[in-house]
Design a binder for this molecule. Structure first.
Ligand code: 13P
Length: 259
């Protein structure tokens, strides 16, 4: 098994559709000022506000030289043009975004996004030097059928179709079992490790040693009270945090314990 120290832990707060731009400033400030420089060096901390708050977060982070990264929750596959309501990779890059979530289960579920589109979005992110956080994860029916490992590995294959090792090195994967999102039901650390270990093995089969450098996060009801046990697993490199990332106290704790 590869040395986990090859991978810097990443704690990413997916705010989903919460917070206006003023609230976003308050939340980012509280987070940044509750963590020491060392903590923010040991663990990479990233916030993912709604599109409407990114400019405000950028101004704050740049102005105060905060050691916090930020990004978006989705992007268009197109760089520009007549796509009403869409936001492009170049627009996000211009705002200094370094991360973008693609293939979140809420987009798969409510916007019918499939693996091909997720693949195209991940490519669009990379084309703009933005790191895609590619989400995979099974629903409850698949978990109960016992097919969860095969299902998520298949989603990973779809999301990374035609990728070369050079590109894979630049992505982050997030395993988020749908049944654990916003439900308070966390996968046990062993459940999360089972799938994340299988995802890393799949990366190793396809891309060799690159798999040792790809960060794979867990997401689904992560809190300050359960993050340490999750991070103790050999293949889990961080968390994609929803609800708890809106609580600066709890998210600070998550980031502190995220080593
Ligand atoms: O979907 C998630 C992060 O992307 C997880 O959400 P919760 O942490 O609220 O379960």
């Amino acid at each position: 098994m590869a040395d986990k120290s090859l991978r810097r832990p990443l704690m990413a707060g997916n705010w989903k559709m919460n917070g206006n731009h003023l609230e976003a400033i308050g939340l980012t400030q509280k987070l940044a000022f509750s963590l020491t420089e060392k903590q923010l060096t040991d663990v990479e901390v990233v916030v993912l506000p709604p599109f409407t708050a990114i400019r405000s977060v950028q101004t704050l982070v740049d102005g105060d030289k905060l050691l916090i990264g930020y990004g978006a929750q989705d992007l268009s596959v197109h760089p520009k043009g007549a796509y009403t309501g869409e936001i492009s990779g170049p627009m996000l890059a211009k705002l200094g975004c370094t991360y973008v979530v693609v293939g979140h289960s809420e987009r798969r579920q409510y916007h019918d996004e499939g693996d091909d589109l997720v693949n195209a979005k991940a490519r669009a992110a990379l084309a703009n030097e933005i790191t895609p956080i590619i989400c995979v994860g099974e629903g409850l029916d698949i978990r109960e059928s016992g097919e969860h490992v095969a299902y998520t590995v298949n989603q990973l294959d779809g999301a990374l179709a035609k990728f070369k090792a050079d590109d894979v090195e630049k992505v982050v994967i997030a395993y988020e079992p749908v049944w654990a999102i916003g439900t308070g039901k966390t996968a046990t650390p062993e459940d999360a490790q089972e799938v994340i270990g299988a995802l890393r093995n799949r990366l190793a089969d396809k891309f060799g040693n690159t798999a040792d450098r790809v960060r794979i996060l867990y997401g689904g009801s992560v809190k300050g009270s359960n993050v340490a046990a999750i991070m103790a697993q050999p293949d889990i490199d961080g968390a994609l945090v929803g609800g708890a990332s809106l609580d600066p106290k709890d998210f600070t704790l998550i980031c502190r314990l995220g080593v």
